[in-house]
Design a binder for this molecule. Structure first.
Ligand code: MLT
Length: 394
């Protein structure tokens, strides 16, 4: 008889965002006609920018004619997109070769898939509160997870502890859910720790485009020595509105080796076996993000989300509620008022003012008592939500 993966028994009953979707669906079914103000999952509300739409249309036309048609794409990514990404990094002084970039169908897919590179016996370190997929993907693979708890005392940016024996380390900066961003020196400390121990950092850079403070690092490869200890996982979802289009990329330096194994070569072997590449049309759309027009347009969209963040931050300021994030990240992480627990506050907002957010407890036990707002809603909904929050909590 087939043996199922018994590690699934160790997972929570259901995934955080699935839970939220179920709860809100039930609410809407019981309150027909009600309009919810959705600031839960970080799903974008603005359409793809013109430069991307134009490129997608052109790519569709390419597929209609024999001379420009594309069949299977190269498994690790189209050269035109890999080159565009090389140039994007070069602007920040990071020198990469196209072979160090792997085009993916999205960062969340990749965060799970990349675990193929590692033996099950590795110890995983997750800095909590954390994006729950880091934990679940490793639980499914039967890996031991250690948690490094962060909090207001270290501004949700903990330092490595030399005594911790972490092999695989997840770092998300700008952070989901707290919006905290590691400074250069803080991130350098993690790079130094990883190089000293032989660990590998999985650096989730999905929110790098939201960084405003120029001194903050966008990429782990801005730090000395990162090419021998880090893999960077990037996404077009939040940067360019690709949540429903699906595209991402992963950087694995050629210098990243462990135990005589070259991680870049291993990933080539993996991708050439397990994928047939990402759609030509979508990669064309992705390349347009890096054009001059594309960059201008995606930053205009990001500014709209940043204005949403300001509206929510002003509301919390007015109420005197503690929060962080919102400035260099599209999430605001607030303390639940009146000593409420995360899910209690979720229900309270849903029932009383039809505002949906994400309970902090869903990002780990230390997130209990906190709550996350996404700033990806429409400006109208965000303003209305801020108004209702102020009225409810004043
Ligand atoms: C979030 O809300 O945390 C993100 O949208 C989830 C994701 O990127 O998959």
């Amino acid at each position: 008889m087939v043996k199922p993966n018994m590690y699934y028994n160790e997972l929570k009953d259901s995934y955080l965002f699935y839970n939220i979707a179920q709860k809100t669906r039930t609410y809407v079914e019981n309150h027909p006609g009600v309009k919810l103000l959705r600031m839960g999952i970080g799903d974008v509300s603005l359409p793809l920018c013109d430069a991307v739409i134009k490129a997608l249309h052109e790519a569709v036309d390419d597929q209609a004619s024999k001379s420009s048609f594309h069949g299977y794409m190269p498994e690790c990514g189209a050269p035109f997109l890999r080159e565009a990404i090389v140039k994007y990094y070069a602007k920040r002084g990071i020198s990469l070769s196209a072979e160090e970039i792997f085009v993916s169908s999205g960062a969340s897919d990749e965060l799970g898939d990349i675990l193929d590179l590692f033996d099950r016996s590795n110890q995983v370190l997750v800095i909590e509160p954390a994006y729950p997929a880091y934990v679940d993907a490793n639980v499914m693979a039967g890996r031991k997870i250690m948690y490094l708890v962060s909090g207001e005392e270290n501004e949700f940016l903990p330092e490595p502890n030399e005594k911790t024996e972490a092999d695989i380390i997840y770092i998300c900066s700008p952070n989901n859910p707290t919006g905290a961003v590691f400074s250069r020196s803080q991130l350098q400390a993690w790079v130094n720790y990883a190089n000293k121990r032989g660990s590998i950092i999985l650096f989730d850079a999905a929110y790098e485009a939201f960084i405003e403070d120029e001194i903050l690092p966008h990429s782990i490869f801005e730090l000395d020595g990162a090419e021998t200890c880090a893999i960077e996982i990037c996404s077009f979802s939040k940067t360019a509105g690709f949540t429903g289009t699906r595209l991402g990329y992963t950087i694995i330096p050629k210098a990243l080796k462990r135990n005589g194994m070259n991680m870049n070569e291993m990933w080539v072997r993996n991708r050439t076996t397990k994928t047939n590449g990402v759609s030509y049309i979508i990669q064309k759309g992705g390349a347009a993000v890096f054009s001059e027009e594309g960059q201008k347009q995606i930053h205009e969209n990001i500014q709209i989300y940043k204005k949403n963040a300001k509206v929510l931050m002003q509301a919390l300021d007015q109420l005197g509620i503690w929060y962080c994030g919102g400035k260099n990240a599209p999430y605001i992480w607030m303390k639940c008022p009146r000593g409420m627990k995360s899910w209690e506050f979720f229900d309270y907002l849903l029932q009383e003012i039809q505002v949906v957010g994400t309970p902090g407890e869903g990002f780990g036990a230390c997130g209990e008592g906190y709550f996350r707002f996404s700033t990806f809603s429409s400006p109208e909904d965000t303003k209305e939500a801020a108004k209702r929050i102020v009225k409810l909590l004043s």
